[in-house]
Design a binder for this molecule. Sequence first.
Ligand code: PGA
Length: 254
Amino acid sequence: MPEPRRPLVAANWKMNKTVAEAGDFLERFVASIGGLEAVDLVICPPYPALATAVEWTERTPIRVAAQNMHFEAEGAFTGEVSAAMLRDLGVEAVVLGHSERRQHFGETDEALARKVPAALDAGLLPILCVGESEDQRDAGETEEVLAAQLGADLAELDGGALSGVVVAYEPIWAIGTGRTATTAQAQEAIAFIRSRLAERDAGQAQAVRILYGGSMKPDNAAELIAQPDVDGGLVGGASLDPDDFLAICRAGVR
Ligand code: PGA
């Protein structure tokens, strides 16, 4: 029997929360994580709140993640931040390829192919987001889109490094819309992602955590995370409130 995968629940704050607001959230959150030892907890603040999040979560198991990074270590890339800079700050993980970055900021599969190994090399846990649009789902192209994203974004990953990547399946039509995927849709897509990863390495694919993201809420998280291939959640809107996010984290205890 393969080892059971440790659930992971991540708060993607997007462009929300000042330093003071991040502190208010974390003061409350850090004091309330008793009983969540079986779940990996990740908070993804905007860049200006990273340092305060690292301070608040010192001596706790909570990991702090950035929402993006550049693949180069340093250089003439105005407005960008490198993996080494994030590590220097105490950041331990990074969200890569979120659909909002792909849609609005020109994030490409070519860049992601370099970002994933750059994150791992620097010691950051990459959380790679993939997902189809509503039109693509309606056209029956979901699996094709997921396969293409995974193939391209993991193209430069070392053979042995696959199990160190976290994948988040985030159907674009479910993000911020309140239209959560059904448990069956989430399980089906995530099982497909795992089957594609297994074509690279069957053993490691069993160890890869694959999250669901898209309008995950306290009242639907438990049934989503109970699906056999769903290993946790990447939570946007509902992660802004500490009580809602805690409830979702508790749904990750299985
Ligand atoms: P949502 O966002 O929970 O607000 O739908 C999820 C995400 O974009 O990561």
